[in-house]
Design a protein. Structure first.
Length: 191
């Protein structure tokens, strides 16, 4: 997928090459976005935005990294921008609710299990983890999410985030410490 001839065809606007890229990376981009947004519809919207950006910006791709890394970088950036936008909307919704209008509802999807109690328990754990992840600084959240949910190596994360491997190691370490502290505080207060 990263061979120079394929990249050249992409840059020339070859629709078939673009379809191949979408077919190969669409599920990966959707999953990446979902890990940040915890909302299927938003993740689908971001996925579309990512491929529009890929199509419009492929001429600026310098092949310093793999094509997949470049696409991941766009997906992470678009997901974080969407999160920031959602947070602004929530703040605005709180102000509106003070004046009697309805609040914006945020839904979190979690994997279902065959046993109803297990599904409820899994949803609650996913909700709490998502809550704790939202409290991490953006760089820590991105590094941790790519490491744990995408099983990316530190080298791959380094390419996606455009940071040194030692910085990535440090971010993930601090993310784990911060998550441990946040989750400990949550469970101590609620149990």
């Amino acid at each position: 997928m990263d061979d120079p001839e394929f990249i050249k065809r992409l840059k020339s606007g070859d629709n078939e090459s673009f379809r191949i890229v979408v077919g190969k990376y669409q599920a990966l981009v959707l999953n990446c976005s979902f890990k940040f947004l915890h909302n299927r519809e938003l993740a689908e919207d971001v996925t579309q935005d990512v491929f529009v950006e890929v199509f419009e910006s492929i001429h600026s791709f310098r092949a310093d990294s793999k094509l997949s890394t470049w696409i991941y970088r766009i997906a992470v950036t678009k997901s974080l921008n969407c999160l920031k936008s959602q947070k602004r909307k929530k703040r605005f919704a709180v102000v509106i609710s003070l004046f009697g209008d309805d609040e914006v509802e945020h839904q979190l999807s979690a994997p279902e299990d065959t046993h109803p109690d297990k599904g409820i328990e899994n949803r609650e754990r996913a909700r709490i983890l998502a809550w704790a992840l939202e409290r991490l600084p953006d760089n820590q959240r991105v590094a941790f999410t790519l490491s744990k949910s995408k099983d990316m190596s530190y080298d791959e994360i380094s390419s996606v985030m455009d940071m040194s491997i030692s910085s990535i190691e440090s971010l993930i370490h601090r993310a784990k410490l911060n998550l441990r502290k946040t989750l400990f505080g949550y469970y101590k207060q609620h149990i």
